[in-house]
Design a protein around this ligand. Structure first.
Ligand SMILES: Nc1ncnc2c1ncn2[C@@H]1O[C@H](COP(=O)(O)OP(=O)(O)OP(=O)(O)O)[C@@H](O)[C@H]1O
Length: 347
C-alpha cells in the first residue's frame, strides 16, 4: 500500500468575537509515499490551517475541528493523545516554516538543535547524535559542517538557515515533510537552490513532501501533484502536468495568469491579478465561493455549491462549467485562447 496520508472531509472553524470563521470546509486529499504534493492558493485560502491540523498543531481553542479524519499510515491522528502525537511529529512527520528565525532557537548552536531532535526521538547518545547531525548538515549542502555545527543561527545567511531548518526537520528521516512557504523569505536564486535540495532529498531518502505555496512557478519546478485551495475549499486537484495544460477551474486560470512569464521581454511581461477579493468566511456564500469574482459565473454557481467533477483519473474540478449541461470549460478555454491570440496580435 502506497498511501501515506489521507485527509477525509476536514472542517475547521475559528471562534472569534465576530463569530465563527469557517477556515477549512470539506477538505479531502491524500499523499502517497515519496511524492511531492503542492497546496496552492491566495492568502487566507486555508492552506496553513489544513496542514497545521494534520500535524496536530492547531490551537484548540480558538480552533474547532468540526469534521474529518486524518489518517497517517492508516492510523487516525485525531484519536491520539498529545503524547502519542508528539512522538509521530518530529519522527514520522515534520514541518519547515517560512521564517526559520522564528522556529530556530537563537540561543542554541545549530548543531545542538539538530542533535537534540535525535536524542529525544531516536534515543541516540550525545556522541552519536553529533556525528549524525554533522552528516545532516552535509546532506543539506552546508559547507564546513564541523565548524557550522558550533555556530548560532545569526551566523547563518537566510538560505543557510532554511537549510538548517530542513536538516532539523529531516534528522529522524520522517515519512512526511510539510514545508509551509519554505522559500518565500528568500531571494530567487536561493529559493531555487532550496527547492532543488528538497527534490534531491526526496529522491535520496524517499520522504513525501507537502509544499505550501502561493506561487505556481514553484509548483511547476518541484511538485508532482497539486491541490488548489480557495476560501477553505479544494477547487481543483490534479497532476502538475494537467494543472498547466488542462486546468478546468476559472480560479486556477486566474492563478496561472498571475505567474510572471520569464520567457517574454520585460516590456511584455504582465501579471494579471485576479480581480476582487475572497468571500467573508464568517458567512461564506451558499454557492461557489469564487462565483462573485468569476467572469464565467452562471446562475447556478451563485445558488448551488458545485460538486467535484471528475475530469480524469486523479483530476477533479469544483466548477459547474464541467457539467455536461453547461457551455463547458472546453469551449470557454478555447474562447480564452482566441482572446489571448487577438490581444497578442494587437500589441
Ligand atoms: N487563530 C485564528 N483565529 C481566527 N481566524 C484564523 C486564525 N488562523 C487562521 N484564521 C483564518 O483562517 C483562514 C485560513 O487561514 P490560513 O492561514 O490557513 O490561510 P493560508 O492559505 O495559509 O494563507 P497565507 O498564505 O496567508 O498563510 C483565514 O481566513 C484566516 O484569517
Amino acid at each position: 500500500m502506497n498511501r501515506l496520508l489521507e485527509v477525509e472531509n476536514l472542517g475547521v472553524n475559528f471562534k472569534t468575537y465576530g463569530g465563527e470563521v469557517k477556515a477549512v470546509r470539506n477538505v479531502s486529499f491524500h499523499v502517497d509515499k515519496g511524492e511531492i504534493v503542492a497546496i496552492v492558493g491566495e492568502s487566507g485560502s486555508g492552506k496553513s490551517v489544513t496542514v497545521q491540523t494534520v500535524m496536530g498543531l492547531i490551537p484548540k481553542p480558538p480552533a474547532i475541528i468540526n469534521s474529518g479524519k486524518v489518517l497517517f499510515e492508516g492510523k487516525d491522528l485525531m484519536t491520539l493523545s498529545k503524547k502519542q502525537l508528539k512522538k509521530v511529529n518530529g519522527s514520522k512527520m515534520s514541518m519547515v516554516f517560512q521564517d526559520p528565525m522564528t522556529s530556530l532557537n537563537p540561543t542554541m548552536k545549530i548543531g545542538h538543535q539538530i542533535a537534540e531532535v535525535l536524542i529525544v526521538h531516536k534515543n541516540l547518545s550525545k556522541a552519536e547524535a553529533r556525528k549524525k547531525a554533522i552528516e545532516m548538515i552535509k546532506l543539506v549542502g552546508i559547507p564546513n559542517a564541523e565548524e557550522r555545527y558550533d555556530q548560532y543561527p545569526h551566523e547563518f545567511s537566510g538560505g543557510m538557515r532554511q537549510r538548517a531548518m530542513i536538516s532539523i526537520a529531516l534528522a529522524c528521516s520522517p515519512e512526511l515533510l510539510i514545508a509551509d512557504e519554505p522559500t518565500t523569505a528568500l531571494d530567487v536564486t536561493i529559493q531555487a537552490q532550496v527547492l532543488e535540495l528538497m527534490k534531491d532529498l526526496k529522491t535520496k531518502i524517499n520522504t513525501a513532501i507537502i509544499l505550501i505555496t502561493h506561487d505556481l512557478g514553484v509548483v511547476a519546478e518541484t511538485a508532482e501533484r497539486v491541490i488548489v485551495m480557495y476560501a477553505g475549499m479544494i477547487m481543483e486537484t490534479s497532476s502538475v502536468d494537467a494543472i498547466f495544460n488542462n486546468p478546468k477551474h476559472p480560479y486556477t486560470w486566474g492563478l496561472l495568469e498571475s505567474i510572471p512569464d520569464i520567457t517574454t521581454s520585460s516590456e511584455k511581461q504582465r501579471l494579471i491579478p485576479i480581480e476582487g477579493t475572497p468571500p467573508d468566511l464568517f458567512s461564506p456564500p451558499i454557492g461557489c465561493p469564487f462565483a462573485p469574482r468569476c467572469k464565467y459565473a452562471m446562475e447556478i454557481c451563485v445558488n448551488q455549491m458545485p460538486p467535484d467533477f471528475e475530469i480524469d483519473e486523479g483530476h477533479t474540478a469544483k466548477c459547474w462549467l464541467n457539467d455536461p449541461r453547461s457551455l463547458g470549460a472546453e469551449e470557454i478555454l478555447e474562447l480564452r485562447g482566441r482572446g489571448r491570440e487577438r490581444e497578442a496580435s494587437t500589441n
